[in-house]
Design a binder for this molecule. Structure first.
Ligand code: CA2
Length: 147
């Protein structure tokens, strides 16, 4: 069975508790359940993980090779800073869909650059929590197109 890792980065454990005007009112456990339910409906396995630590995210990306067929990644603020995550994605050779709840291009200039974008198959941003299911569908389509 196709398996996808949904990996969330720093501060996304706070979802639904603060800044609902930017990130919405849905909590991370609710987002993760939505992803698992969507996976079940689409006939794939969805495994969710979150860390506030860059190295732990690198480890999770490395561990995804052989365990999962692709990754939906919301790297949070590390999107804009982390060459380590960029290199980890290159190292796994797994397809990654970059995801952001907010439209990073409509926000501060420091959010406009992504170290993930050049090594992702595509990016979804600005659609809030719906972005997770959009990203899963994009990855499922990509994986189906490859087989
Ligand atoms: O829009 C996104 O999904 C982001 O990846 C979220 C990151 C931000 O640094 C990126 O530029 C865009 C921040 C996540 C912080 O999440 C919070 C949620 C609730 C309360 C506080 C922070």
């Amino acid at each position: 069975m196709t398996s996808v890792l949904v990996l969330n980065g720093p501060n996304l454990n706070l979802l639904g508790t603060r800044q609902p005007e930017i990130y919405g009112a849905t909590t991370l456990p609710e987002v993760e359940q939505l992803c698992r339910d969507h996976g079940t409906a689409q006939g794939i396995e969805v495994i969710c993980a979150q860390s506030n630590h860059e190295g732990a995210l690198v480890d999770a990306i490395h561990a995804a090779k052989g365990a999962h067929d692709g990754i939906v990644l919301n790297a949070g603020a590390y999107t804009h800073t982390s060459i380590a995550l960029h290199d980890a994605i290159l190292g796994t050779e797994l397809p990654v869909v970059e995801l952001h709840l907010s439209n990073i291009h409509a926000r501060e200039a420091f959010r406009h650059h992504s170290y993930i974008a050049p090594v992702a198959i595509g990016m979804i941003c600005g659609f809030g929590v719906s972005g997770y299911t959009l990203a899963l569908d994009a990855l499922i389509g990509h994986l189906g197109a490859r087989t």
